[in-house]
Each structure stands twice: as C-alpha cells, then as structure tokens.
Design a protein around this ligand. Sequence first.
Ligand SMILES: *[C@@H]1O[C@H](CO)[C@@H](O)[C@H](O)[C@H]1NC(C)=O
Ligand SMILES: *[C@@H]1O[C@H](CO)[C@@H](O)[C@H](O)[C@H]1NC(C)=O
Length: 518
Amino acid sequence: MFVFFFACGVVVAGAGAVPRALISIEGLPGTQSSKEVDNVLFEWSDGGDTVALLASMDALLESADFSASLEMRNNAALAYLLAGETHVADVAFSGLARWCGWPDLSASSETSAEPSSCLAVFKNWCWALAARPQGGDHALWDAVRSLAVSSLETRSSSSALSVYDVGLAGGVCRHASISPSSPVCQGVPNGEIATRLTGDDLYLDLIRRSLTNYVHADFEDQEWGGCSSNSASTPVPIQCEQSWTVAWRSSGISGLASGEEGEEDERARRRYHTTLSVADLIHLELLVRDLFKNKIQGNLLEAGVFRGGACIFLRALLSVTPNESSRRVFVADSFAGIPSQRRSLPGMIEDPTETWTDRFSFGRDAVEYNFRRYGLLDERVTFVPGFFNESLPSLFARPLDGEAPKLALLRIDADAYDGVLDALTAAFPHLSPGGAVVIDDWHLTGARLAVHEYRKTYGITTPILPLPSDYVYTCTAPPLLSALDECQNKRHLFDVHNKHLITGIGQHAAYWRKPLEM
Ligand SMILES: *[C@@H]1O[C@H](CO)[C@@H](O)[C@H](O)[C@H]1NC(C)=O
Ligand SMILES: *[C@@H]1O[C@H](CO)[C@@H](O)[C@H](O)[C@H]1NC(C)=O
C-alpha cells in the first residue's frame, strides 16, 4: 500500500494529474463487501446523487466485513482525493468518519485493530471539507477536527495514510532539518539538530530560523509562570524556550501574539520577517526544488509579500541552485496594505478581511531593508509595486530578457477575494504548464472563493492539496497529547495548549498545479 500511494504522490507532484489506472482499486486485497464499496464509489462521479451514495455506503458500513478493511477503504478514498475527485472523496470519508464516530463499533473487540485508522480518516475528511467549493461547513470541520484531536489522545497511529503523509506534504515531515522523533518531556528539543546538517541544508535552515525570528523569540506570558520578557543576558527559563518544529511560527499562533484584531502594535513590535510557519517554508523549498527538477520554466512570484520573508527565502533558494541562474524573484505588493473591497463576492458571502482594521501594510523601503540584511538584494529581485489588477498586467506586458516573463511559481498571499482573483487573472496565464500555485489564505472565505471561481471558469480540476503546518495534521505520528500532558513543565503545557490553538484556525494554506495540457 505504501509504495502504491507514494507513487501517487510522485505523480501528483510531477504531472499534476493522476492517471485513472493508478486510482483503480483493482488488485487491492479486500473482501467481497469492501469490493462493493469500491464499486459504489467507483461508479460514482461528480454530480451524482449524494443521498443515494450515502445510503448504500451506510448499508455496507454495517456489515462486519467492512470493519476489517477500514485502512484499505481510507487509502482508496485518498486516491480519489489525490486524483482531484474531491467530491467522491468527501462522500467516502464522511461515511468512514461516521463509522469511526460510532463508539459501539469502534470499541468492540473484533474491530480493535482498526480504529487506529480513524485518525487518518478524520484528517482526510477535514481536508476534503476544507476543499469543498463553498469552503465547507466550518462547524462540521471543527467537529471533525475535534475527533482528530481526540484520536491523537486515545489511538495509536496506523499505516492508514492521510493526505498529509503523501507527496510534498509528507516530505515536510521527513526533512533533514526537522527532528524525526517528537519531543516529549526531554528538555529543549532539537538543540543539536543543525549540527547534523551541511552545506545548502544548513544555510536554508539558518535562513528559516532568522525569517521566523526563532533565533530571538521566546514565549512570554506571566500566566504560564516565569515566561517573562527576556534580554540577551538573561534568557527566559528553559521551560519557556520554544521548540523548533514544523509548527513554529512567529506570528499569530506560537503564543507571541494571537493575530487577532487590535494586535497590530504587538505585531509591529515583533521583528519577524515572515508570518509563514517552518512547515510552510520547508514546503516552499520542496516545491521549488521539484519545479526545478522537472524543468518547469519561469520565475518565482509572490503576490502579497508583507515583510518580504517568503521572497527572501525564494532568493536564498536561487543562491543554492546555481543551475537556475536565469530565474528571478518578483516581489509584488501594493506596499500600502490590502485595498478595500471592490467587488461583491458570489453568493452574497462577506469577505472576512473587510472588517480588519490591520491591512498588513508594509512599505517597499522596509521590504528592501529586510532583503539587504540577508545580503540578498540584487538584480535578480524585481519589485512590482501596485495593486495586482494594475501592476501584474503591466509586468507581463513588459518584455524581460527579450520575452514576456514566465512563471514557475505563483505564490498568492493576498487574503481578500479581490486580491486573490486579480492575481490569478493576471498571472496564471503566464504560469508554465506544470507550474504551481500556492494559496496562503485557504482559511479565509474570500481567498477560497476566488480560487474555486477561477478554477471553475477555466475548467481546472487538478487536485488542491494542503500544506501541513500544525501538530494534529502534520506527519503520521504526532506526539500523543496525553503523553505531553504528563510532562510537568510549563513549556510542554504550552505545547499542548498550542496544539488546540493551532488547529482552531482551519487549513490555512493549499497548493495546486497548472495542468500540463493547458
Ligand atoms: C547542473 O548543470 C550541470 C551541467 O549542465 C549538470 O551536469 C548538473 O547535473 C546540473 N545539476 C543539477 C542539480 O541539476
Ligand atoms: C484596481 O484595484 C484598485 C484597488 O482595489 C482600485 O482602486 C482600482 O480602481 C482598480 N483599477 C482598475 C483598472 O480596475
């Protein structure tokens, strides 16, 4: 199974589409009744009768044989998700999740080996919900997320796969700069992890530590006892030191500031250069390396740069990939914050960014200053100032090195419907086939609607995949919450607290590929 699905991941990464043969359930081991499930699912196609499908799934789920193949069903449904058949996967996972949620069944001895697969089921369904065209039902998403959290507390992991285990998302957890084992009750984790890195890995690791302000920031909160403001000569007590993990993020969710309204002053005081998590930055590295490996032509553009950190990271990546010397980084931003809403959203839905008082405004001179501090401001960095609806069309109208600029990567961090749709409209046609789009704000309704609207207009069906960045969804075997609870020190209590905080924000980033044949 493992080989099969990693193969899927590679295909998703390389070609942007999974051939139908690869998601066929032919040849998978299974009982007669689980074959029936496969048939029901397989005959199902987008636009089919959801109620009828659920009814037949319910009937099958009640048969005892099915419980013996939960892992297989989960993995088969995941294949649909990876194939971009999100609706099929959504329905399949909803059935499996309902089975997992039945306490009588999941506790019974004959199925005792199976419920461990439920964590993967919950994770997969959460993503299928988040990928729904209307953005899913947040209350439902939250309920499934709670099931996933409680699975962490009570269930050991199994070889059932989640969408976070395959492809580039799975690669984040296997990255050399992240400790393979999870820190539990053992002082400060990962204190010597960088000593095992060399060359490019070591350089990029240090860049990530700098951009996310990990080098300087620690948890500060009197409520947690003793975690008070530090200075160079008096560091915070060891229990207040932050862990260097995929979930580390200097803004918003790592305890430094919640990111809520009214915290602009707090954000301004924090000198981090990016709001991205360590997982986001590692994913960006894996994605860009993958684009280069597959010879996807073009430059790297970010639309909505805030303090410039992601662009600085992209420029650093160009420094460690000398064969890519013709590529540039485009730094596109209004440098005046998110503009107020210009168009109304489909379905009379409100854009959540409209109520924000903080517009994430950051001047071009300040972004240039940040670039200079890393020694990375050169002619391969091109600033594209202005609102995307005006700045990007003129960027692509101007020849660069004799031809219209092409893109390999389009990273959109615009928060609002207008900005995301404007960036897609102007830049996507210039993305090379096989190129990647990263949407930073998948948890925001406006950003998500803009993506679905654009994809629908142009008939794009390549799968939308999640970026991992928190404890619950990242990696196959995150630390058990109950184990962390037993650690009697503040830092670990904070870690536990933080897990809930982090998973409360929804699936904040996603990516997809431009079809090769477009
Ligand atoms: C870089 O280019 C050289 C010469 O074309 C080639 O031999 C080498 O394999 C390339 N390296 C990578 C990492 O692509
Ligand atoms: C572009 O967007 C900005 C900000 O929303 C707006 O002020 C401007 O009128 C728009 N320009 C065009 C040509 O639509």
